[in-house]
Design a protein around this ligand. Structure first.
Ligand code: ADP
Ligand code: 5GP
Length: 199
């Protein structure tokens, strides 16, 4: 199975807590939402209280995830945190292709680099960062209050490595002011998709 030529790929990546989910939802609620579909990933982590099966993620057991690896059901997958896997199912890509939508990904840095390498110029990758990433990220992750101390520590440990890869992305977006970032991202994605954005 392959992605048709017309279908473009937009990737949001960067450390946990930089605002990727917030920005992804904003893009989908903007005028671009008509032509952009979110690739819902599969994960072996437990759902958070506000998350719904098939909307935020497909929540799989480790065994089901492994079966899907053996069936070649993933376009890509990564063990993003120790023991926790995330992956993009081919069925998601196929469903979006049928609806004639471009694909929006929110995936980790390693997976993004892999997809960029695969899709080249039909893909635009955004690294979402902050001007003082370490300090602010730790604060944001702590205030979200959704992580166990272990999960919080794992997320903080990854930040430095991820930041070291930012220059491999097509565009780095510093999300200090949410309104400014949202506007910039919509304009950039619209340009990439060959559209004039309306507010
Ligand atoms: P990620 O998906 O990258 O882990 P989220 O979108 O879940 O990040 O955002 C993490 C937290 O930071 C959320 O509480 C969100 O409302 C908040 N947030 C996102 N962008 C900004 C911003 N520019 N300024 C302040 N808080 C923000
Ligand atoms: P969270 O647990 O906060 O929802 O996501 C953790 C990390 O996993 C984020 O960096 C997110 O971008 C990444 N992620 C989510 N889905 C996928 C996926 O399908 N593949 C890869 N490689 N990373 C993913």
């Amino acid at each position: 199975m392959s992605i048709s030529f017309e279908q473009k790929v937009v990737i949001l990546s960067g450390p946990s807590g930089t605002g990727k989910t917030t920005l992804m939802k904003h893009l989908l609620n903007s005028s671009l939402g008509k032509i952009l579909g979110f690739s819902i990933s599969a994960t072996t982590r437990k759902p958070r209280p506000n998350e719904r099966e098939g909307i935020d993620y497909f929540f799989l057991s480790l065994k089901d995830f492994e079966n899907k690896i053996h069936e070649d059901a993933f376009l890509e997958w990564e063990e993003v945190y120790p023991g926790i896997r995330y992956g993009t199912l081919w069925t998601q890509i196929e469903n979006l292709r049928k609806t004639q939508k471009h694909i929006l990904f929110d995936i980790d840095v390693k997976g993004s680099l892999r997809l960029k390498n695969r899709f080249k110029n039909t893909c635009r990758s955004y690294f979402i960062s902050l001007s003082n990433p370490k300090k602010v990220l730790i604060q944001r992750l702590e205030t979200r209050n959704i992580h166990s101390p272990k999960s919080l520590k794992e997320r903080i440990n990854r930040v430095e490595w991820e930041l070291s890869k930012k220059d491999s992305f097509d565009e780095i977006i510093v999300n200090d002011d949410l309104g400014t970032t949202q506007k910039r991202l919509i304009e950039s994605v619209a340009r990439f998709l060959g559209l004039n954005p309306s507010p």
